[in-house]
Design a protein around this ligand. Structure first.
Ligand code: PEP
Ligand code: MN
Length: 334
């Protein structure tokens, strides 16, 4: 719409879109309002708008993902998680154990990472394990422990949901719903998360292209949920020396293609605690909006992902290095 378009002109365009049977997605920016027209071959209907006022131009979004594209929204999306903003110039650190193993270890970790500058507590309650015989997580009791840790430390809570039927339960406790790499193309789960009213942290599928990842985000966005945070967590390559290969190209590329915030999970990506610090710094240097890092009081006793978890001391070193890097970049921690 042109910058002088009136509210009634905007309403008239939205009504016309409804009449045709397409879906309107309004994005009110500072300079102008963009109305996304969603539906198969929507551009073919462009003549139906020729008599309406206030329209500056009608442009086809050429990418297969629409609401996620930079063409739809020029300015960065900033996801506001109860005051913690993800997607602006500040870098958000999320940290905590791979799995919630008990109240004490969770509280210890939460207190520690909060004191070091983390803003979000991670911790799995429902774990998508490769083997059915591995620890599957403590379920709702772990969610309650996460909520208690939030009450004490002020950290926000991110935790994974693995099935559509659990979305309402997890949303009751979590501030951010994590959708894992193994579920990136679980479309029923994406849609349910899209209707949850909670911000969603969408991990990249370990064998997914960037286009497939952004189309997965589109599933969430198309349910009316604008608060999607993308997370690069490593992809499968021929290399077996590390657990996955961190695709750092994805960070600046996705920030070009999309307005959504992008964070990096160096823990899952490398599988080795000694690589987590260097790759965290590299991710931030590449423009990541945040990091999600596994931290455990005693990594060698962890029930999942101990080999890639930082102990408290290594986490402290990382936070010192991160602050120095951010200083050089004239940025800061959120
Ligand atoms: C995790 O964060 O512990 C996890 C299982 O992540 P991913 O889905 O990226 O493997
Ligand atoms: Mn893990």
């Amino acid at each position: 719409m042109s910058h002088t378009a009136t509210d009634s002109e905007i309403d008239a365009v939205v009504d016309r879109i409804d009449e045709i049977g397409l879906k309107a997605e309004l994005s009110r920016g500072e300079e102008r309002t963009v109305i996304g027209v969603i539906g198969g071959n929507a551009y073919a209907y462009k003549d139906a708008f020729s008599h309406l006022g206030g329209i500056q131009e009608i442009i086809p979004i050429t990418k297969p993902f629409k609401l996620a594209s930079r063409e739809f929204r020029r300015n960065d999306t900033v996801v506001d998680v109860g005051g913690v903003k993800i997607g602006n110039d500040e870098v958000v650190v999320m940290a905590g154990p791979c799995s919630v193993e008990g109240e004490e270890m969770l509280l210890d970790t939460a207190r520690h990472v909060a004191a070091q500058g983390a803003r979000v507590l991670r911790g799995g309650a429902f774990k998508p394990r490769t083997s059915p015989y591995s620890f599957q997580g403590l379920g709702e009791s772990a969610l309650k422990m996460m909520a208690a840790a939030r009450a004490e430390t002020g950290l926000k809570v991110v935790t994974e949901v693995v099935s559509p039927g659990d979305v309402a339960l997890v949303a009751k406790y979590a501030d951010i719903l994590q959708l894992g790499t193994r579920n990136m193309q679980n479309y029923a789960l994406l849609q349910e998360a899209g209707r949850s009213g909670k911000p969603v942290l969408l991990k990249r599928g370990m064998s997914s292209t960037i286009e497939e990842w952004l189309l997965a985000a589109e599933y969430i966005l198309s349910q009316g949920n604008r608060d999607v945070i993308l997370c690069e967590r490593g992809i499968r390559t021929f290399e077996t020396a590390t657990r996955f290969t961190l695709d750092l190209n994805a960070v600046p590329l996705v920030r070009e293609l999309s307005h959504l915030p992008v964070i990096v999970d160096p823990s899952q990506a490398t599988g080795r605690w000694s690589l987590v610090g260097p790759m965290s710094l590299a991710a931030v240097a590449a423009g990541a909006n945040g990091l999600i890092i596994e931290v455990h009081p005693q990594p060698n006793q962890a029930l999942s992902d101990g080999a890639q978890s930082l102990d408290f001391e290594s986490f402290d070193h990382l936070m010192v290095d991160l602050r120095r890097l951010l200083g050089a970049m004239q940025k800061q921690l959120a």
